[in-house]
Design a protein around this ligand. Structure first.
Ligand SMILES: Nc1nc2c(ncn2[C@@H]2O[C@H](COP(=O)(O)OP(=O)(O)OP(=O)(O)O)[C@@H](O)[C@H]2O)c(=O)[nH]1
Ligand SMILES: [Mg+2]
Length: 389
Protein backbone atom coordinates (compact mmCIF):
# COMPACT_ATOMS: atom_id res chain seq x y z
CA UNK A 1 0.00 0.00 0.00
CA UNK A 2 1.32 3.48 -0.82
CA UNK A 3 1.72 6.32 1.66
CA UNK A 4 -1.27 8.15 0.30
CA UNK A 5 -3.48 5.24 1.19
CA UNK A 6 -3.61 4.06 -2.43
CA UNK A 7 -3.00 0.43 -3.24
CA UNK A 8 -3.36 -2.08 -6.04
CA UNK A 9 -6.47 -4.16 -5.91
CA UNK A 10 -5.89 -7.63 -4.46
CA UNK A 11 -6.74 -9.37 -7.71
CA UNK A 12 -4.00 -7.50 -9.61
CA UNK A 13 -1.24 -9.71 -8.14
CA UNK A 14 2.39 -8.61 -7.73
CA UNK A 15 3.10 -7.40 -11.27
CA UNK A 16 4.27 -3.82 -11.83
CA UNK A 17 2.35 -2.94 -14.98
CA UNK A 18 -0.93 -1.95 -13.41
CA UNK A 19 -2.35 1.55 -13.74
CA UNK A 20 -5.36 1.37 -11.52
CA UNK A 21 -5.29 1.67 -7.74
CA UNK A 22 -7.81 1.41 -4.96
CA UNK A 23 -8.26 4.07 -2.38
CA UNK A 24 -9.34 3.11 1.13
CA UNK A 25 -12.67 4.57 2.03
CA UNK A 26 -13.38 6.57 5.14
CA UNK A 27 -14.76 4.64 8.07
CA UNK A 28 -18.25 5.73 7.38
CA UNK A 29 -21.19 5.58 5.02
CA UNK A 30 -21.14 7.18 1.60
CA UNK A 31 -23.35 9.93 2.96
CA UNK A 32 -20.58 11.12 5.24
CA UNK A 33 -22.37 9.83 8.34
CA UNK A 34 -20.72 7.35 10.69
CA UNK A 35 -20.32 3.87 9.19
CA UNK A 36 -23.10 1.36 9.30
CA UNK A 37 -21.53 -0.48 12.20
CA UNK A 38 -21.16 2.70 14.21
CA UNK A 39 -24.65 3.93 13.33
CA UNK A 40 -27.58 2.48 15.22
CA UNK A 41 -29.50 0.24 12.80
CA UNK A 42 -32.96 1.43 11.88
CA UNK A 43 -35.39 -0.57 13.90
CA UNK A 44 -39.17 -0.38 13.96
CA UNK A 45 -39.23 -0.32 17.70
CA UNK A 46 -42.54 0.29 19.31
CA UNK A 47 -42.33 3.08 21.84
CA UNK A 48 -42.48 1.92 25.43
CA UNK A 49 -45.07 3.50 27.65
CA UNK A 50 -44.99 3.94 31.37
CA UNK A 51 -48.00 2.81 33.36
CA UNK A 52 -49.08 6.43 33.80
CA UNK A 53 -48.81 7.03 30.05
CA UNK A 54 -50.90 3.96 29.35
CA UNK A 55 -53.60 5.07 31.77
CA UNK A 56 -53.65 8.57 30.33
CA UNK A 57 -53.63 7.21 26.77
CA UNK A 58 -56.60 4.94 27.39
CA UNK A 59 -58.54 7.73 29.08
CA UNK A 60 -57.82 10.00 26.12
CA UNK A 61 -58.85 7.21 23.72
CA UNK A 62 -55.43 7.39 22.05
CA UNK A 63 -55.70 4.54 19.57
CA UNK A 64 -52.03 3.62 19.62
CA UNK A 65 -51.99 3.33 23.41
CA UNK A 66 -55.37 1.60 23.43
CA UNK A 67 -54.06 -0.93 20.93
CA UNK A 68 -50.99 -1.53 23.07
CA UNK A 69 -52.99 -2.11 26.25
CA UNK A 70 -55.37 -4.38 24.35
CA UNK A 71 -52.46 -6.49 23.21
CA UNK A 72 -51.39 -6.81 26.85
CA UNK A 73 -54.89 -8.03 27.64
CA UNK A 74 -54.77 -10.48 24.77
CA UNK A 75 -51.37 -11.81 25.77
CA UNK A 76 -51.19 -15.04 27.73
CA UNK A 77 -47.81 -14.19 29.25
CA UNK A 78 -47.94 -13.88 33.04
CA UNK A 79 -46.12 -10.54 33.27
CA UNK A 80 -48.40 -9.00 30.61
CA UNK A 81 -51.44 -10.29 32.43
CA UNK A 82 -50.23 -8.82 35.69
CA UNK A 83 -49.63 -5.42 34.12
CA UNK A 84 -52.98 -5.53 32.31
CA UNK A 85 -54.82 -6.42 35.52
CA UNK A 86 -53.09 -3.61 37.33
CA UNK A 87 -54.21 -1.14 34.65
CA UNK A 88 -57.75 -2.52 34.64
CA UNK A 89 -57.97 -2.22 38.39
CA UNK A 90 -57.16 1.48 38.14
CA UNK A 91 -59.54 2.04 35.23
CA UNK A 92 -62.43 0.10 36.73
CA UNK A 93 -64.17 3.15 38.26
CA UNK A 94 -64.41 4.62 34.75
CA UNK A 95 -66.02 1.54 33.24
CA UNK A 96 -69.61 0.36 33.06
CA UNK A 97 -71.21 3.45 31.55
CA UNK A 98 -71.81 2.01 28.10
CA UNK A 99 -74.77 0.02 26.92
CA UNK A 100 -73.51 -3.44 25.97
CA UNK A 101 -75.37 -4.96 23.06
CA UNK A 102 -74.94 -8.57 21.91
CA UNK A 103 -75.78 -9.52 18.33
CA UNK A 104 -76.05 -13.06 17.06
CA UNK A 105 -77.26 -14.61 13.83
CA UNK A 106 -76.43 -17.30 11.32
CA UNK A 107 -73.75 -16.62 8.70
CA UNK A 108 -75.18 -14.40 6.02
CA UNK A 109 -77.95 -12.96 8.21
CA UNK A 110 -76.35 -9.58 7.64
CA UNK A 111 -74.67 -8.95 11.01
CA UNK A 112 -71.75 -7.05 9.53
CA UNK A 113 -73.97 -4.98 7.26
CA UNK A 114 -76.29 -4.27 10.19
CA UNK A 115 -73.45 -3.27 12.53
CA UNK A 116 -71.99 -1.04 9.84
CA UNK A 117 -75.28 0.79 9.27
CA UNK A 118 -76.44 0.80 12.90
CA UNK A 119 -73.04 1.85 14.26
CA UNK A 120 -72.73 4.63 11.70
CA UNK A 121 -76.20 5.93 12.60
CA UNK A 122 -75.25 6.03 16.28
CA UNK A 123 -71.93 7.73 15.55
CA UNK A 124 -73.79 10.34 13.54
CA UNK A 125 -75.96 10.95 16.59
CA UNK A 126 -72.80 11.65 18.59
CA UNK A 127 -72.31 8.24 20.20
CA UNK A 128 -68.96 6.50 20.31
CA UNK A 129 -69.25 2.92 19.20
CA UNK A 130 -66.89 -0.02 19.79
CA UNK A 131 -67.39 -3.26 17.88
CA UNK A 132 -65.99 -6.47 19.37
CA UNK A 133 -66.51 -10.12 18.59
CA UNK A 134 -66.64 -13.50 20.25
CA UNK A 135 -65.88 -15.78 17.40
CA UNK A 136 -64.72 -19.27 18.30
CA UNK A 137 -64.13 -20.07 14.65
CA UNK A 138 -61.55 -17.32 14.52
CA UNK A 139 -59.05 -19.76 15.98
CA UNK A 140 -59.00 -21.25 12.51
CA UNK A 141 -59.84 -18.28 10.33
CA UNK A 142 -57.78 -15.73 12.28
CA UNK A 143 -60.82 -13.60 13.01
CA UNK A 144 -63.57 -13.11 10.56
CA UNK A 145 -64.24 -9.63 11.86
CA UNK A 146 -60.80 -8.73 10.55
CA UNK A 147 -62.17 -9.23 7.07
CA UNK A 148 -65.33 -7.50 8.21
CA UNK A 149 -63.39 -4.41 9.08
CA UNK A 150 -62.99 -3.77 5.40
CA UNK A 151 -66.64 -4.64 4.89
CA UNK A 152 -67.77 -2.32 7.70
CA UNK A 153 -66.52 0.41 5.48
CA UNK A 154 -68.56 3.36 6.61
CA UNK A 155 -68.19 2.58 10.32
CA UNK A 156 -64.46 1.91 10.18
CA UNK A 157 -63.94 5.33 8.61
CA UNK A 158 -65.88 7.11 11.32
CA UNK A 159 -63.68 8.80 13.94
CA UNK A 160 -66.19 7.87 16.67
CA UNK A 161 -65.91 4.14 16.02
CA UNK A 162 -63.47 1.48 17.11
CA UNK A 163 -63.50 -2.02 15.60
CA UNK A 164 -61.45 -4.72 17.28
CA UNK A 165 -61.01 -8.10 15.62
CA UNK A 166 -61.86 -11.16 17.65
CA UNK A 167 -58.86 -12.33 19.67
CA UNK A 168 -57.46 -15.41 18.01
CA UNK A 169 -56.47 -18.67 19.57
CA UNK A 170 -57.36 -20.22 22.84
CA UNK A 171 -60.52 -21.59 24.33
CA UNK A 172 -63.90 -19.91 24.30
CA UNK A 173 -63.23 -19.07 27.96
CA UNK A 174 -60.02 -17.30 26.98
CA UNK A 175 -61.63 -15.46 24.07
CA UNK A 176 -64.47 -14.42 26.33
CA UNK A 177 -62.12 -13.04 29.01
CA UNK A 178 -60.29 -11.01 26.40
CA UNK A 179 -63.52 -9.64 24.93
CA UNK A 180 -64.89 -8.71 28.35
CA UNK A 181 -61.71 -6.91 29.32
CA UNK A 182 -61.51 -5.19 25.94
CA UNK A 183 -65.05 -4.00 26.59
CA UNK A 184 -63.98 -2.51 29.95
CA UNK A 185 -61.05 -0.72 28.35
CA UNK A 186 -63.28 0.68 25.62
CA UNK A 187 -65.64 1.97 28.28
CA UNK A 188 -62.78 3.63 30.14
CA UNK A 189 -61.83 5.20 26.80
CA UNK A 190 -65.28 6.74 26.60
CA UNK A 191 -67.07 4.48 24.13
CA UNK A 192 -70.71 4.51 25.17
CA UNK A 193 -72.12 1.81 22.88
CA UNK A 194 -70.44 -1.60 22.72
CA UNK A 195 -71.60 -4.02 20.03
CA UNK A 196 -70.47 -7.61 20.57
CA UNK A 197 -71.01 -9.85 17.60
CA UNK A 198 -71.05 -13.62 17.46
CA UNK A 199 -71.89 -16.05 14.74
CA UNK A 200 -73.44 -18.35 17.31
CA UNK A 201 -71.35 -21.47 17.10
CA UNK A 202 -71.64 -23.79 20.08
CA UNK A 203 -71.63 -21.97 23.38
CA UNK A 204 -70.69 -18.57 22.03
CA UNK A 205 -74.25 -17.23 22.04
CA UNK A 206 -74.61 -17.99 25.73
CA UNK A 207 -71.22 -16.41 26.31
CA UNK A 208 -72.23 -13.18 24.58
CA UNK A 209 -75.57 -13.15 26.42
CA UNK A 210 -73.63 -13.43 29.68
CA UNK A 211 -71.57 -10.31 28.99
CA UNK A 212 -74.17 -7.96 27.50
CA UNK A 213 -77.18 -5.96 28.71
CA UNK A 214 -79.31 -6.28 25.61
CA UNK A 215 -79.11 -9.34 23.40
CA UNK A 216 -80.59 -9.47 19.90
CA UNK A 217 -81.00 -12.18 17.36
CA UNK A 218 -80.62 -11.08 13.77
CA UNK A 219 -82.54 -13.29 11.41
CA UNK A 220 -84.11 -13.30 7.96
CA UNK A 221 -86.86 -14.93 5.99
CA UNK A 222 -86.67 -17.67 3.46
CA UNK A 223 -83.41 -19.31 4.46
CA UNK A 224 -84.82 -22.01 6.68
CA UNK A 225 -84.29 -19.51 9.46
CA UNK A 226 -87.94 -19.05 10.28
CA UNK A 227 -89.71 -19.66 13.54
CA UNK A 228 -89.16 -23.42 13.54
CA UNK A 229 -85.54 -23.17 12.46
CA UNK A 230 -84.42 -21.05 15.39
CA UNK A 231 -82.98 -22.70 18.42
CA UNK A 232 -85.41 -22.25 21.27
CA UNK A 233 -82.63 -21.41 23.67
CA UNK A 234 -81.57 -18.48 21.55
CA UNK A 235 -85.10 -17.11 21.33
CA UNK A 236 -85.55 -17.42 25.06
CA UNK A 237 -82.43 -15.39 25.60
CA UNK A 238 -83.22 -12.63 23.14
CA UNK A 239 -84.45 -9.17 24.16
CA UNK A 240 -85.30 -8.50 20.52
CA UNK A 241 -85.51 -10.36 17.26
CA UNK A 242 -84.43 -8.29 14.32
CA UNK A 243 -85.59 -9.53 10.94
CA UNK A 244 -83.09 -8.21 8.45
CA UNK A 245 -83.39 -7.87 4.66
CA UNK A 246 -86.99 -6.71 4.96
CA UNK A 247 -86.69 -5.01 1.60
CA UNK A 248 -87.83 -5.48 -2.01
CA UNK A 249 -89.83 -8.65 -2.63
CA UNK A 250 -88.94 -9.87 0.80
CA UNK A 251 -90.81 -7.14 2.67
CA UNK A 252 -94.23 -8.81 2.83
CA UNK A 253 -92.78 -12.14 3.94
CA UNK A 254 -90.71 -10.39 6.58
CA UNK A 255 -93.81 -8.65 7.92
CA UNK A 256 -95.62 -11.96 8.29
CA UNK A 257 -92.64 -13.47 10.07
CA UNK A 258 -92.45 -10.42 12.32
CA UNK A 259 -96.03 -10.98 13.48
CA UNK A 260 -95.35 -14.66 14.09
CA UNK A 261 -92.29 -13.88 16.18
CA UNK A 262 -93.94 -11.17 18.21
CA UNK A 263 -96.82 -13.55 18.91
CA UNK A 264 -94.53 -16.45 19.86
CA UNK A 265 -92.39 -14.25 22.09
CA UNK A 266 -95.39 -13.46 24.26
CA UNK A 267 -95.53 -17.11 25.28
CA UNK A 268 -91.89 -17.39 26.15
CA UNK A 269 -90.43 -16.38 29.47
CA UNK A 270 -88.65 -13.08 29.00
CA UNK A 271 -84.92 -13.10 29.81
CA UNK A 272 -85.28 -9.62 31.32
CA UNK A 273 -87.90 -8.91 34.00
CA UNK A 274 -90.11 -5.97 33.06
CA UNK A 275 -89.26 -6.19 29.38
CA UNK A 276 -91.38 -7.81 26.68
CA UNK A 277 -89.20 -8.86 23.73
CA UNK A 278 -90.60 -8.23 20.27
CA UNK A 279 -89.65 -8.48 16.62
CA UNK A 280 -88.38 -5.60 14.49
CA UNK A 281 -88.10 -5.34 10.73
CA UNK A 282 -85.00 -3.75 9.28
CA UNK A 283 -83.09 -3.47 6.08
CA UNK A 284 -79.44 -3.00 6.91
CA UNK A 285 -78.71 -2.45 3.25
CA UNK A 286 -81.31 0.29 2.82
CA UNK A 287 -80.79 1.59 6.36
CA UNK A 288 -84.45 1.14 7.26
CA UNK A 289 -85.83 0.43 10.72
CA UNK A 290 -82.54 1.04 12.52
CA UNK A 291 -83.87 3.98 14.52
CA UNK A 292 -86.67 1.78 15.89
CA UNK A 293 -84.18 -0.77 17.15
CA UNK A 294 -82.18 1.94 18.92
CA UNK A 295 -85.40 3.40 20.34
CA UNK A 296 -86.22 -0.01 21.83
CA UNK A 297 -82.75 -0.27 23.36
CA UNK A 298 -83.15 3.14 24.95
CA UNK A 299 -86.53 2.16 26.39
CA UNK A 300 -85.02 -1.09 27.61
CA UNK A 301 -82.33 0.79 29.46
CA UNK A 302 -84.84 3.11 31.04
CA UNK A 303 -87.16 0.32 32.18
CA UNK A 304 -84.43 -1.95 33.51
CA UNK A 305 -82.71 1.04 35.11
CA UNK A 306 -85.89 1.87 36.99
CA UNK A 307 -86.71 -1.65 38.07
CA UNK A 308 -83.09 -2.30 39.07
CA UNK A 309 -82.52 -5.29 36.81
CA UNK A 310 -79.88 -3.51 34.75
CA UNK A 311 -77.54 -3.41 37.73
CA UNK A 312 -78.63 -6.78 39.12
CA UNK A 313 -77.82 -8.49 35.84
CA UNK A 314 -74.41 -6.85 35.65
CA UNK A 315 -73.57 -7.85 39.22
CA UNK A 316 -74.60 -11.43 38.49
CA UNK A 317 -72.69 -11.48 35.22
CA UNK A 318 -69.44 -10.32 36.71
CA UNK A 319 -69.57 -12.58 39.77
CA UNK A 320 -70.53 -15.61 37.70
CA UNK A 321 -67.68 -14.86 35.35
CA UNK A 322 -65.25 -14.72 38.26
CA UNK A 323 -66.55 -18.06 39.56
CA UNK A 324 -66.35 -19.65 36.15
CA UNK A 325 -62.68 -18.64 35.90
CA UNK A 326 -61.98 -20.18 39.31
CA UNK A 327 -63.75 -23.40 38.37
CA UNK A 328 -61.97 -23.55 35.00
CA UNK A 329 -58.63 -23.29 36.75
CA UNK A 330 -59.53 -25.90 39.37
CA UNK A 331 -60.62 -28.28 36.63
CA UNK A 332 -57.51 -27.68 34.55
CA UNK A 333 -55.15 -28.11 37.47
CA UNK A 334 -56.90 -31.23 38.69
CA UNK A 335 -56.92 -32.88 35.28
CA UNK A 336 -53.31 -31.87 34.78
CA UNK A 337 -52.06 -33.74 37.88
CA UNK A 338 -49.85 -36.68 36.79
CA UNK A 339 -51.57 -39.12 39.15
CA UNK A 340 -54.96 -38.16 37.77
CA UNK A 341 -53.81 -38.40 34.17
CA UNK A 342 -52.42 -41.83 34.87
CA UNK A 343 -55.51 -43.21 36.60
CA UNK A 344 -58.23 -41.55 34.53
CA UNK A 345 -58.18 -43.72 31.35
CA UNK A 346 -58.66 -46.98 33.29
CA UNK A 347 -61.44 -45.52 35.40
CA UNK A 348 -63.25 -44.22 32.31
CA UNK A 349 -62.99 -47.64 30.75
CA UNK A 350 -64.30 -49.44 33.84
CA UNK A 351 -67.23 -47.02 34.13
CA UNK A 352 -68.04 -47.36 30.43
CA UNK A 353 -67.90 -51.15 30.64
CA UNK A 354 -70.13 -51.18 33.69
CA UNK A 355 -67.63 -52.80 36.04
CA UNK A 356 -67.39 -49.81 38.37
CA UNK A 357 -70.12 -47.45 39.58
CA UNK A 358 -69.58 -43.89 38.32
CA UNK A 359 -69.76 -42.44 41.84
CA UNK A 360 -67.13 -44.83 43.15
CA UNK A 361 -64.90 -43.98 40.19
CA UNK A 362 -65.33 -40.26 40.80
CA UNK A 363 -64.42 -40.67 44.49
CA UNK A 364 -61.41 -42.75 43.62
CA UNK A 365 -60.16 -40.21 41.11
CA UNK A 366 -60.56 -37.37 43.60
CA UNK A 367 -58.62 -39.39 46.16
CA UNK A 368 -55.98 -40.24 43.58
CA UNK A 369 -55.07 -36.57 43.46
CA UNK A 370 -53.88 -36.98 47.04
CA UNK A 371 -54.70 -33.38 47.74
CA UNK A 372 -56.82 -32.14 50.66
CA UNK A 373 -58.75 -29.92 48.25
CA UNK A 374 -60.11 -32.90 46.35
CA UNK A 375 -60.13 -35.69 48.93
CA UNK A 376 -63.41 -35.81 50.82
CA UNK A 377 -61.75 -36.91 54.07
CA UNK A 378 -58.64 -35.29 55.43
CA UNK A 379 -56.35 -37.39 57.68
CA UNK A 380 -56.93 -35.00 60.63
CA UNK A 381 -60.66 -35.45 60.48
CA UNK A 382 -60.29 -39.22 60.42
CA UNK A 383 -58.04 -39.25 63.46
CA UNK A 384 -60.28 -36.98 65.56
CA UNK A 385 -63.25 -39.09 64.56
CA UNK A 386 -61.48 -42.34 65.47
CA UNK A 387 -59.85 -41.17 68.69
CA UNK A 388 -61.62 -42.38 71.77
CA UNK A 389 -59.20 -41.08 74.38
N1 LIG B 1 -81.23 -7.30 0.45
C1 LIG B 1 -80.49 -7.18 1.53
N2 LIG B 1 -79.29 -7.78 1.61
C2 LIG B 1 -78.56 -7.64 2.72
C3 LIG B 1 -79.01 -6.87 3.83
N3 LIG B 1 -78.10 -6.95 4.80
C4 LIG B 1 -77.09 -7.71 4.34
N4 LIG B 1 -77.36 -8.13 3.08
C5 LIG B 1 -76.48 -8.96 2.25
O1 LIG B 1 -76.34 -10.25 2.83
C6 LIG B 1 -75.03 -10.74 2.62
C7 LIG B 1 -74.41 -11.16 3.96
O2 LIG B 1 -74.27 -10.04 4.76
P1 LIG B 1 -73.17 -9.94 5.92
O3 LIG B 1 -73.40 -8.64 6.57
O4 LIG B 1 -71.83 -10.25 5.41
O5 LIG B 1 -73.67 -11.14 6.85
P2 LIG B 1 -73.04 -11.70 8.21
O6 LIG B 1 -74.17 -12.10 9.08
O7 LIG B 1 -72.07 -10.72 8.75
O8 LIG B 1 -72.29 -12.98 7.70
P3 LIG B 1 -71.05 -13.74 8.40
O9 LIG B 1 -70.01 -12.71 8.70
O10 LIG B 1 -70.64 -14.71 7.34
O11 LIG B 1 -71.57 -14.42 9.61
C8 LIG B 1 -74.25 -9.64 1.93
O12 LIG B 1 -74.22 -9.94 0.57
C9 LIG B 1 -75.08 -8.40 2.19
O13 LIG B 1 -74.96 -7.45 1.16
C10 LIG B 1 -80.30 -6.23 3.70
O14 LIG B 1 -80.79 -5.55 4.59
N5 LIG B 1 -80.97 -6.43 2.54
MG1 LIG C 1 -70.03 -10.87 9.29
Amino acid sequence: MSDSGRRKPEWAGDGEGFTCSVMDGVAGGHDGLPGASARPRFQRRRPTYSEAQMLAGVRAADRTVLGRVLSLIESNADHHMELAQNLLRQLLPETGRAIRIGITGVPGAGKSTFIDAFGTLLCEQGHRVAVLAVDPSSTLTRGSILGDKTRMESLSRHPGAFIRPSPTGGTLGGVSRKTRETMLLCEAAGFDVILVETVGVGQSEATVRSMTDFFMLLTLTGAGDDLQGIKRGVMENADAIVINKADGDNRAKAERLGHEFTHALRYLKTPTPGWQPKAFLVSALEKQGLGEVWGAIERFREITGENGFFETRRHEQVTEWMMSMVLDQVQQRFLGLPAVQQRLPALRREVAEGTLPATAAARELLNTANCPLFSPKTPEKDSTHDSKS
